[in-house]
Design a protein around this ligand. Structure first.
Ligand code: C2E
Ligand code: CA
Ligand code: CA
Length: 574
């Protein structure tokens, strides 16, 4: 039978004793051998070899300074300069008091004088050192990002606040930097290569803060935050952070960083907001290969003030019904004549002071801070009420789609909420179509798919919005629980741009059809686009060509006009 013991990790902590003198070895073993498992190295070279191979299972190094070959001081400095072993606590053993300062500077944690003190004293010192370093290691693991060894965001913010306390008057820069198109590196070269890039950046950033002061963290996938003393030349800093990235080896596809700087950050505002400002600045540098550094400036401050105002005004806007739901028709174009088939509900904000505010401004803002949920609930309820009113007044059923934001999908009561809306307004679940943007499917995919399946089971129909803007592939569609595919408007734009090339569009429509999924083209503005899309086999069309989004009363007239044209009155999606 196999000896079980050999499969177990030794329960005793392991200590490396670097000592060439046999008598000293024996004395030390006698002092600590009962408590610790002692590994012996008689030369510096041997010690470094053991550390290289076993640093993960060693708890400490006891280092004699007086060794044959490379000296104890050399061994100490090599242990401390190698990131793999620098965390190992080293206690130096020497009779030379002069060497103490040098060893402490190099990173030794304590001393044991020679000749040795009483065994009790030695053991007590070692116990304390091991314990302290293990506490530190536990802290290190919770405050650090595992891949790069940099702080995580929470601890970073905490330590940034401490830096402010110690250096109240020093001007500082809040800096965000990340990798241009990092996902393509991951997609094309694999995650391991992506990780190499991140590690290299972390080493460069650590070098910088070790030299210039400040702190750095990895705050997300490929995003880093740097809080440091103000500098003038951020391009040079960016070059330094990018050092060696080309060596990671992607051929011609060079890895480039971009950076956003909030210069001389205002320390009276929240630390997280200081970095929001740096992030805003970074967004202006996106893809600007010639100007990869963006700065927080006055215009961004204006945008920020507007955002603050919109957030402040939100509650009143809901209670005073400043939000209006507009409707834009979708036409079924499969037959000779287009047939009004459904509509999309699009929200508008009639702001008492600012006039009409575009959803392009407030939707992304409310998505960021969560207010979007309340707004969406309002829009869904209003939409259901309109569907019911048209049913009653016009005796028709026109299904209408509402936009469902990514965070709505994480609401555990989402299905209940939609059922409730349908019930309260006495409409069928089939009358409400739900537009879910493609990118919502990319995170927590299984969870989202389950939610979507639940909704479909209840009768709601799902349209995948903005298809083609994210990373889903057409082949994934066969497993996706969706009822229609809304092509991203950008596809229509580029297909009909000056260099007209409709091949991609055609291929997508064809493939979607082969999976049995109808396609909707939105943003269709001209007769040429309309007839081309129809010829390609697109099923539904939405856009200014038919109508702009209209206020509810005008849209009701639009429906009536279409009814009068004697078109199909029962709106059906597919
Ligand atoms: P989306 O869902 O992709 O909506 C389509 C956008 O294209 C709408 O912009 C619509 O007015 C516009 N559009 C329609 N036809 C044409 C056309 O022929 N040409 C051009 N150039 N544009 C056209 P809008 O209403 O400004 O909405 C922008 C985005 O805001 C929407 O994009 C949607 O993502 C979001 N949104 C709008 N209402 C809501 C809402 O109630 N809830 C949520 N969560 N998002 C909403
Ligand atoms: Ca939409
Ligand atoms: Ca869309």
């Amino acid at each position: 039978m196999t000896d079980k013991k050999t499969f177990r990790i030794s329960e005793k902590r392991r200590i490396l004793l670097v000592e060439d003198d046999i008598v000293c070895q024996e004395m030390m073993k006698a002092s600590i051998g009962e408590t610790y498992s002692v590994v012996i190295a008689e030369t510096g070279e041997e010690a470094l070899e053991v550390i290289r191979a076993q640093h993960e299972t060693l708890s400490m190094v006891l280092l004699d300074l007086n060794l044959p070959g490379i000296t104890g001081i050399d061994v100490l400095s090599r242990i401390k300069s190698d990131p793999a072993s620098s965390r190992l606590p080293v206690i130096v053993m020497t009779s030379d008091h002069e060497a103490e300062v040098e060893c402490l500077t190099l990173g030794a944690i304590d001393f044991i004088p020679k000749p040795y003190p009483a065994s009790k004293v030695i053991l007590a010192r070692i116990l304390r050192t091991v314990e302290l370093s293990e506490d530190r290691e536990t802290l290190r693991l919770t405050e650090r990002d595992q891949l790069t060894g940099l702080y995580n965001k929470e601890f970073f913010y905490r330590y940034a606040a401490q830096l402010d306390l110690y250096h109240k008057d020093a001007p500082v820069d809040a800096i965000v930097f990340d990798v241009n198109h990092f996902h393509t590196i991951n997609d094309r070269f694999g995650k391991a290569r992506g990780n190499e890039v991140l590690k290299r950046i972390a080493v460069n950033a650590t070098d910088y803060v070790n030299e210039a002061g400040g702190i750095v963290c990895r705050s997300g996938a490929d995003t880093f935050l740097l809080y440091c003393r103000h500098i003038d030349d951020h391009e040079a800093l960016l070059a330094r952070l990018s050092a060696g990235l080309d060596d990671v080896g992607f051929g011609k596809n060079r890895v480039r960083l971009r950076m956003g700087v909030y210069v001389d950050a205002d320390k009276t505002i929240d630390i997280e907001r200081r970095f929001d400002r740096a992030k805003m600045a970074a967004d202006t540098a996106r893809d600007h290969l010639t100007a990869p550094v963006g700065f927080f400036d006055h215009s961004m401050r204006e945008a920020e003030i507007l955002e603050e105002q919109l957030i402040d005004d939100f509650k009143a806007a809901i209670s005073q019904k400043q939000f209006a739901v507009f409707f834009q028709p979708k036409f079924d174009v499969r037959r000779d004549e287009p047939v009004l088939a459904s509509a999309e509900a699009l929200v508008r904000w009639k702001h008492p002071k600012l006039g009409m505010v575009s959803p392009g401004v407030f939707i992304p803002l409310f998505e960021k801070n969560g207010l979007i949920q309340e707004l969406d609930h309002y829009v869904w309820a209003q939409t259901a009420a309109h569907i019911k009113a048209w049913k009653d007044r016009l005796k028709i059923t026109l299904p209408v789609s509402v936009n469902v934001s990514r965070i709505d999908l994480y609401d555990p009561e989402l299905t209940e909420r939609f059922l409730d809306i349908a019930k309260k307004n006495k409409i069928s679940t089939e009358d409400l179509l739900l537009e879910i943007t493609e990118s919502a499917y990319t995170e927590k995919t299984d969870f989202i798919i389950k939610t979507v399946k639940d909704l479909r089971r209840l009768g709601f129909r799902i349209e995948m919005d903005d298809f083609g803007s994210g990373y889903s592939s057409l082949s994934m569609l066969s497993n996706m629980p969706i009822d229609a595919l809304k092509l991203d408007m950008q596809f229509i734009r580029s297909a009909f741009s000056q260099r007209k090339d409709t091949r991609l569009l055609e291929a997508m429509i064809g493939l979607a059809r082969s999976f049995g999924v109808p396609t909707i083209a939105e943003g269709v503005e001209t007769a040429e686009q309309y007839s081309n899309l129809k010829a390609m086999g697109c099923d539904l069309i939405q856009g200014y060509y038919f109508s702009r989004p209209l206020p509810a009363d005008e849209f009701e007239e639009f429906i009536v006009k279409n009814l009068k044209k004697n078109l199909k009155t029962e709106g059906v999606l597919c």
